[in-house]
Design a protein around this ligand. Sequence first.
Ligand code: S3P
Length: 170
Amino acid sequence: MNEKTNIILIGFMGSGKTSVGKYLAKKTGYDFKDTDEMIEDKQKSSIQSIFASKGEKYFRKLETKTLENLNGKLNHTILSTGGGLPITEGNGALLRQLGQVIFLRAEKATIKNRLAGDKSRPLLAGDDQDDKMEALLKFRTPIYETVANIIIHTDQKSLNEIAQEIIDKL
Ligand code: S3P
């Protein structure tokens, strides 16, 4: 693993970006950052409140601004990103400037399991969670694939197996 490389984790909600990222940070001694957390800290507000009061478009601008602000400043870091962040035009290029982009791929059934009972994702709130997930996955998956340098299949794998696979592929 190249010591100078930042590792950028992308993927759908519930694909394990945060847990894999934190685990990988411990294993490698890298720092860990999360774009959602950075936005919440800066706005002093939760993602849910930002969506509710300012809307998704505003949130997407905050995501892009967060990436722009990180440019040139990220070092020895694992960056976990919000599931919709790579979808905004231009963000893919910004992500690739920051480091090696890794798409944590998970099947819908795995994601559904991981998000069962979760109320924190505004885009999946309300009825028809399954349909919403299906549509978003269909639209986003090819974009994640295009933006990523490396794709890791995470279904039925432990955190350690996923982390090791990432290290081996870098
Ligand atoms: C979103 C994913 C969330 C968060 C926001 C929007 C999305 O992050 O950024 O709710 O559009 O997929 P996680 O992927 O960490 O759940």
